[in-house]
Design a protein around this ligand. Structure first.
Ligand code: BTN
Length: 266
């Protein structure tokens, strides 16, 4: 149960986020409510506004998830944030999603002292419940340069009754009630700091060690949805590009990000 007394002090605040940010170019623009922080950044980039690189909202009315799904974004209890990642080379762009998953887990550990796991490619789980989703979208700006909008949604203290029937069996939160000594502002700053720490040398792939350690599917039997059909196999490795290596009945294949869903077999 979310206790409103507990979360009263946890108001999203630009100055408080900024205080803990080591990457000051990510000076945040904070909204009480918006349609989608990814869409806000997309509109800005298309309109040539690239000076603001971090958008945060207390609530989204059209939170977007992967594969055209909705990301439920109720007020007060979650973090909905999008970062504009400057154009890099193709190799770096390919790695952004897996790097973001590691950055979020590291940030949660640093601020909340909670160990979370990664379900390939970019869902963060705690106690078999999804507590965070990540959506990276490419956007073209200026001279055709590709920038990436990295959207991150974290259920910090979202009460399960707030979720719709569609997601209630899967969605969870880091806390039942927001602890008084932790703020969403600190967690937002920690996510940016951890992501940019990795992004500065992303192509050395050092973070992939943590990705493999934090994976909840390596060594497990899985089902994956590819081209409208479910297949089975065992998840055996994460390759150097963040792809999932799967041993099937008669082959070893690599799944790349994009339009693929993965489920653990019971
Ligand atoms: C997923 O789980 O499928 C990805 C969810 C990504 C949600 C975040 S919340 C902030 C940003 N704005 C959006 O509309 N989506 C992302």
């Amino acid at each position: 149960m979310v206790n409103n007394m507990d979360i009263k002090g946890d108001i999203l605040c630009r100055e408080d986020i900024l205080k803990e940010l080591r990457y000051k170019e990510y000076d945040p623009v904070v909204y009480d409510v918006t349609d989608s922080t990814n869409l806000v950044l997309k509109r800005w980039v298309k309109g040539g506004r690239i000076d603001n690189k971090l958008v945060v909202a207390d609530r989204q009315t059209m939170g977007r998830g992967r594969l055209g799904r909705t990301f439920e974004s109720p007020p007060v209890s979650g973090i909905y944030m999008s970062l504009l990642i400057p154009a890099g080379d193709d190799e770096g762009i390919l790695l952004i999603t897996s790097a973001a998953a590691v950055a979020v887990c590291r940030a949660i550990k640093e601020v909340c002292h909670i160990d979370t796991s990664i379900k390939w490619v970019n869902d963060i789980y705690l106690n078999d419940r999804k507590v965070c989703g990540i959506l990276a979208e490419a956007v073209t700006a200026g001279e055709g340069e590709i920038n990436v909008i990295l959207g991150i949604g974290i259920n910090v203290a979202t009460e399960s009754s707030i979720f719709s029937d569609t997601v209630r069996d899967v969605a969870g939160a880091l806390y039942d009630t927001m602890p008084g000594n932790i703020t969403r502002n600190s967690l937002i700053a920690a996510v940016v700091n951890n992501f940019m720490d990795i992004y500065g040398h992303i192509t050395d792939r050092e973070y992939l060690g943590d990705y493999r350690r934090m994976s909840m599917i390596l060594g497990r039997d899985i089902r994956y949805l590819k081209e409208d059909a479910w297949h089975t196999g065992k998840a055996v490795d994460i390759d150097n590009d963040g792809g999932l290596v799967v041993k099937t009945k008669d082959d070893i294949i690599t799944l790349n990000t994009g339009e693929i869903s993965v489920r653990l077999e019971k």
